[in-house]
Design a protein around this ligand. Structure first.
Ligand SMILES: [Zn+2]
Ligand SMILES: [Zn+2]
Length: 145
């Protein structure tokens, strides 16, 4: 069992030794690092460990990290809309459909108000870089001109 802090490499005594779960592995950490990394996302912790730390079980940690990255990449590909952000050129990712009630409060959609009544379902796209959001009519509801 390693007796150094997985993050800073400081030797750990029996006292002042904490454990932090990172990427599905339990890592020994010093008190300072425990406090510092407790609120950091698991992904950031694992990246820090792989980049500059002294993790226990580095192979398992790397595998778990890469599996997680692949899952995220697959989830991202599934959301790719094929459109690019008009502002920064980033990829616009589909964020699901939203139903808007049409009424006085929807001045934003005043043109559409004349075309439809009731509620309007729109597809929300968000830029993964700058966060710009755009709405589109869902593919099946676009007018075939
Ligand atoms: Zn430490
Ligand atoms: Zn953008």
């Amino acid at each position: 069992m390693a007796n150094v802090c997985a993050f800073c490499g400081k030797p750990l005594g029996l006292l002042g030794r904490e454990n932090l779960v990172c990427g599905g592995t339990s890592q020994p950490v010093c008190k300072e690092c425990w406090g510092k990394y407790l609120d950091v996302s698991d992904r950031e912790r694992v990246e820090t460990l792989l980049r500059s730390g002294h993790p226990e079980d580095p192979d398992k940690l790397r595998q778990s990290y890469e599996a997680q990255r692949r899952r995220e990449e697959e989830a991202r590909s599934a959301r790719l809309s094929g459109l690019t952000c008009p502002r920064c050129g980033g990829a616009m990712l589909r964020r699901g459909r939203q139903t808007f009630k049409l009424g006085e409060e929807t001045l934003f959609f005043s043109d559409l108000n004349r075309l439809a009544s009731g509620s309007l379902e729109l597809e929300l796209l968000a830029c993964e870089k700058c966060g710009k959001v755009e709405f589109y009519l869902p593919a099946g509801k676009r007018k075939q001109a």
